[in-house]
Design a protein around this ligand. Structure first.
Ligand code: TYD
Ligand code: MG
Length: 451
């Protein structure tokens, strides 16, 4: 039996301290320290000692992923769900977590169990009808108590378990409210143990706070094997799935879904979807062939600028583009390309809820900004990519040919690229430039900005 001792734990980052504090010393969150019991997890997690074996005798077959039958999910998971693994699916309420997991359970070839801790069996049944997920091998238990959930797993003997959600279940032996760090961590530890012991994959739903963190218990991220994040605008149908942490594969693949009347549909041709609403001939728009993991995607970058009165600090707003990066690019435009931006309020966004985090998006952001400033559209058949340095120089980015091939496939015919980009692809002519100023001059934007 482990000795228990009282301590304080941050609900945001999980850092423990012996003394209570108003602000977490690790993540600076206010009022996030709550009472916790040290040594508690091991009381449940205790199991027989595992024997040491030579590495060659370890059965690697066991950790082969099983395809889920949902291609976009398999893409993000690197093939499927690994037996005995625990996956946390995080996302804002209403984004479609329950929907996609019900679809997953229905498509799984053998018996599955859905633990519904938030909705009644009737509600789940109604949704399942809509999703054509009323399958004989899909079992359902509306339950919030951890021992009852484990009893249901014993009864059903499923080959896949979904718990919706980890924040609404509780172990009655733990003297803490459902959703508290202690409860969430205890329940997660227990379910991880069950998953490993039975060799059954378990998927946990986790609610996400407004700030984007997994509500309270970031501790969960350490407990599970995989953390998936489901994003998108609730008011639009597009949904993006990413792996934030993945013990069994890469974390940079993107899954794209569309929420339809009968559930989430995979979108294999994401470039087409991202460009559907694009209007050509409008100033302040540039198209970038970006890379999400192995997947090339064409994304529109938009910018809007407005001259403001002297003395008023101009507003800078970035959506899907890093705000610090936007500030840097504005400084480069001002100093290295002689476009006056200091007196401009600036809005820049990546369309469709995409986050452009890779450096290849630097040049397209610059070109969209200057196109907006000069009120002059870029050519409709042009794509742009390249990393911008502080001297205004352009640096090449990885996988140029894959980017260009995708652009050519989508009907683009011209590309502005960094000077030392390797060979191009058929159907698209390259304009190689060494600096941001040269890139702008290549489309006739060499003047200075209107004052
Ligand atoms: P849900 O899966 O309940 O979200 P979460 O579990 O993340 O909170 O999704 C709810 C939303 O999805 C709701 O606004 C209705 C919509 N929806 C559809 O558009 N089509 C469908 O087929 C289903 C089942 C839901
Ligand atoms: Mg739900």
């Amino acid at each position: 039996m482990t000795k228990t001792k009282l301590e304080y734990r941050c609900t945001e980052c999980g850092t423990a301290t012996p003394k209570w504090a108003g602000r977490c010393t690790a993540c600076d969150a206010w009022n996030s320290m709550v009472e916790d019991v040290r040594g508690a997890p091991s009381s449940h997690g205790a199991s027989a000692a595992a024997p040491a074996v030579p590495i060659g005798e370890v059965d690697a077959q066991f950790s082969q992923p099983h395809p889920t039958g949902i291609a976009e999910l398999d893409r993000v998971l690197g093939g499927g769900l690994v037996p005995g693994s625990v996956t946390l699916l995080g996302g804002e309420p209403g984004i479609g977590k329950s929907t996609i997991l019900l679809q997953l359970l229905a498509q799984w070839p053998t018996r599955t169990l859905y633990v519904s801790a938030e909705e009644s069996a009737q509600q789940v049944r109604l949704r399942a009808e809509r999703l054509q997920a009323v399958q004989p091998h899909l079992w359902l238990v509306p339950e919030t108590s951890l021992p009852h959930i484990i009893a249901a797993i014993d009864q059903v003997q499923p080959t896949l378990v979904v718990v919706d959600s980890i924040q609404s279940i509780a172990d009655p032996d733990v003297p803490s409210a459902p959703g508290s760090v202690v409860q969430v961590r205890e329940c997660a530890h227990r379910l991880v143990g069950e998953a490993k012991r039975r060799g059954v994959p378990v998927v946990l739903v986790g609610h996400v706070t407004k700030e984007g963190g997994l509500a309270g218990p970031r501790v969960l991220e350490h407990v599970v094997d995989t953390v998936l994040s489901f994003e998108g605008d609730r008011h639009h149908s597009l949904r993006l799935l990413r792996a934030v942490k993945h013990r069994f594969g890469p974390t940079n693949e993107l899954g794209v879904f569309e929420m339809a009347g009968h559930g989430l549909q995979g979108v294999p041709d994401a470039s087409r979807l991202f460009l559907t609403d694009r209007r050509t001939g409008v100033a302040g728009s540039a198209v970038v062939p970006t890379l999400e993991g192995q997947r090339p995607l064409l994304v529109e970058v938009q910018a809007l600028t407005n001259t403001i009165r002297d003395g008023v600090p101009p507003r800078r707003s970035a959506q899907g583009i890093d705000a610090g990066r936007l500030a840097l690019l504005l400084a480069v435009l001002e100093r290295r390309a002689r476009w006056r931006v200091g007196n401009q309020e600036v809005f820049a966004s990546a369309v469709g809820g995409v986050r452009l985090t890779e450096p290849g998006a630097d040049l397209p952001v610059c070109m969209a900004l200057v196109s907006a400033l000069a009120n002059q559209p870029l050519p409709p058949d042009l794509v742009v990519f390249g990393e911008v340095g502080l001297a205004g120089e352009l640096r090449q980015v990885a996988h140029a040919s894959r980017r260009l091939a995708e652009a050519a496939r989508m009907g683009f015919r011209r590309a502005i690229v960094p000077a030392n980009t390797p060979d191009g692809v058929e159907g698209i002519s390259l304009m190689r430039v060494a600096t941001v100023a040269e890139a702008l001059a290549a489309v006739g934007l060499s003047g200075t900005s209107p004052s």
